[in-house]
Ligand binder design. Sequence first.
Ligand SMILES: [Zn+2]
Length: 315
Amino acid sequence: MRRRFFYLDLNSRTISIGAALIFLSGLSGEAAETSANGKSWEEFSGDKALAHVQQLVDFGPRPAGSEAIEKSRTYIDNQLRLAGWQVARQAFSGDTPRGKVSFVNLIARFGKPIPKVEPGSLFLLCSHYDTKIFRAFPFVGANDGGSSNGVLLEMARVLGKHSELGAKVELVFFDGEEAVESFSETDGIYGSRYFAKQLSATKESKQFRGGILFDMIGDRALKVTLPPDSPTKLAREIFSSAEALKLRTYFTYFDRDITDDHTPLNAVGIPTVDLIDFRFSYWHTADDTIDKISADSLQKVGMVAAYFLSEFAFK
Ligand SMILES: [Zn+2]
């Protein structure tokens, strides 16, 4: 299926009824408000981000293809629409070690339809919203599969009030980041691999000047550990943004490269940095629960990303 926005071609077969309704209602509501304050980052609320994470965690374990992940999708979709974003569902099925699984990436754009997107005019913000399957215990992924979506949804609200900036951003919520069994060339990062492949096939990857992937950014003891192979310019600008907000101490490099949803994006020529805290003690355990993450950590990462978007991303 060709990935493209329903609003570019309203007769496209890829339009779902839900998407069409969203299109009709997407320009009303909160989005009409514009902020008088130019400093988008000061409006980012860690508390609001955490409330979204709580909602997702309350759905329980959310592996690809589950009923709970469909509830998450509906929730994310609704929240985006309320903030003035138009949402498209990119559905596909993938072969996994446990057979075929249905995946759905959610792709959102803000504001009025753009007839033609110029090369390098958009910036990508993304996150995965599935949680890993564990048979031995219920895994709710407050940090891994939760936190980054809270930040992305709060970012959608903030960018909705900064419509000029919001219109230059695409938000993507990836399904199937987690390996069904264990990470390999063919197991894991299903959603981002599919997304990148579609972009590359249609040459639409050229629309993006860069991207930020958020993953596990809620740890109370926050230390965002960028992979050492991060695109240099992006990493430098993230560090500078953190510095400007006196948050530099919370950002560093990890000691080895990380395969995550940013990997396929970089492979198709979209320089993407992974803001991930890979020193999370409760990673892939039953204890990755809401009490391990804090509004304060979500706020720090959200502010740095918003500052970066306003001050660096398009300069
Ligand atoms: Zn994980």
